[in-house]
Write a protein that binds this ligand. Structure first.
Ligand code: HEC
Ligand code: HEC
Length: 419
């Protein structure tokens, strides 16, 4: 079976696989030293805070706007710039879950959208939005030829999948919410628009559905997506991904930036017999410390007032810690035992599944999911098989024969909604 060009490249990489050790993080960025010097007048705490703030600010810029040179994949290989120029008007873009950053829109464009003079059914409007850097997670280079704007390069950033907007302007248009998974985004359907893919590859991508992506697909050639998880609430958790593959965020960021986004750099993972290098420059390594600092600064969003019943949630807490036995694994402030152990596949309520996601990972195990902000990102479990937190509570009750009453299951769900 023929896969996307990205798969072919990964297959070549696999053949070249060796046992080289994992690349270690690059040293701290030069910027850090520069800021530290600039802040020399203050106390050492002040200057440490300023250094950290500068690192986080730089990481935010990378998270939102850096493509790591992945235009090589999205433009040169997948020809997505041609697709966008020809056929992706804003209505279509919003329908596949792309989001527009309202704060990047000048007043005249806002007025034009409001009074209908901006044509939301013209691909030229999408190109105009890209020129304004207003499409979340998509970076374009627009050139004007004979007075007409054309998209000549396009790439993606982390924000494509791990940011959404608050819909404050209209559905899909609003202020950025970094770290929130974009569960409307349909990455498979977007990639399937590429003229570079054959029908089998397109069919596989189109089967994924919104809010899901398979980050192992182009490594092992299988196709079974997982839900896009939050990139918030991860401070203090030293096992990253559903399967706990890495000890820090930077491990996975390198993997995604190179293997999935197509960024320029190298990822080596002996446990997966994986070695991929794109290009001759490394546009990834030096950015990882700042990128990680930014994600660690993103706290999980608190449950909105009125979104759960506090009295039932308090009863649910007792079930969680008692008869539900949830705290045996969902322990501590982040509600996970990730720092001490991972779990056999059978401990996931989404298993057994074919193919097993764990079996495609480096650890072949699952991490207990952290639960802060869990109200925000339905559906649940790595495959999205539980639509609601009530479904989660019921799944455990049935599968683990917990013997909880209907009331206890409902209370447990209220507690989960409050975290
Ligand atoms: C095409 C969509 C997509 C893009 C682009 C993307 N990710 Fe992800 N990300 C995913 C999916 C799907 C997973 C789940 C993989 C897993 O856990 O096995 C994931 C997992 C993660 C995790 C692990 C979360 C946890 O709970 O441990 C972090 C952190 C993360 N991504 C950050 C990033 C950063 C930073 C970038 C940019 C370098 C990025 N992602 C680009 C889809 C994406
Ligand atoms: C034996 C360890 C263990 C126990 C006990 C346990 N969990 Fe989990 N939990 C996990 C693992 C592992 C996952 C990740 C499963 C997956 O994504 O496939 C998970 C996932 C979840 C999720 C999904 C989070 C998300 O981001 O999708 C919720 C919610 C949850 N558990 C709640 C509970 C509740 C409520 C209980 C008690 C009834 C409980 N868990 C008991 C290990 C456990």
């Amino acid at each position: 079976m023929k896969h996307a060009p990205i798969s072919l490249r990964a297959a070549q990489a696999l053949r070249a696989a060796n046992t080289l050790r994992l690349l270690r993080l690059a040293g701290p960025l030069g910027l850090v030293a520069a800021v530290a010097v600039a802040c020399g007048g203050g106390s050492s705490t002040d200057s440490a805070d300023a250094t950290q703030a500068a690192l986080v600010a730089q990481g935010r810029q990378i998270f939102r706007f850096d493509t790591f040179g992945d235009e090589a994949q999205w433009t040169d290989v997948l020809k997505m710039h041609d697709v966008i120029n020809a056929a992706v008007d804003p209505v279509t873009a919003l329908s596949v879950g792309l989001k527009v950053d309202a704060e990047a829109l000048p007043a005249a464009v806002v007025a034009g959208i409001q009074n209908g003079s901006v044509d939301l059914q013209s691909p030229a409007t999408t190109v105009a939005l890209l020129k304004l850097n207003a499409v979340v997670g998509v970076k374009g280079v627009v050139e004007t030829v004979n007075g007409v704007d054309r998209l000549v390069r396009v790439g993606i950033t982390c924000a494509l999948c791990h940011s959404t907007v608050d819909n404050s302007f209209s559905k899909g248009i609003g202020k950025r919410l970094d770290g929130w998974p974009n569960r409307d985004l349909n990455p498979g359907a977007i990639m399937a628009l590429s003229p570079a893919l054959d029908l089998a590859a397109k069919a596989a991508l189109n089967s994924w559905g919104p809010g899901k992506f398979d980050p192992r697909h182009n490594v092992d050639g299988l196709s079974k997506p997982v839900v896009i998880p939050p990139a918030y609430g991860l401070a203090g958790i030293h096992r990253i991904t559903f399967t706990g593959d890495g000890e820090d965020i930077a491990y996975w960021n390198r993997y995604v930036a190179v293997a999935e986004m197509g960024g320029q750099g190298t990822v080596i993972e002996p446990r997966l017999n994986l070695r991929i290098t794109h290009g001759t420059d490394d546009l990834v390594s030096a950015k990882l410390p700042a990128l990680q600092a930014y994600q660690l600064s993103l706290g999980a969003p608190p449950a909105p007032a009125g979104s759960f019943d506090p009295v039932a949630a308090e009863r649910g807490r007792i079930v969680f810690e008692g008869g539900g036995k949830c705290a045996a694994c969902h322990s501590g402030g982040s509600f996970t035992d990730a720092n001490t152990r991972l779990h056999p596949p059978g401990d996931s309520m989404a298993e057994p599944e074919t193919p097993s996601y764990a079996s495609r990972s480096a650890t072949r195990l699952y991490r207990t999911s952290p639960l802060k902000g869990v109200w925000q990102h339905a559906p649940y479990f790595h495959d999205g098989s539980a639509a609601t937190l009530d479904d989660v509570a019921q799944a455990y009750n049935t599968r683990q024969s917990l013997g909880l009453s209907a009331q206890e299951v409902a209370d447990l769900a209220q507690y989960l909604k409050s975290l």
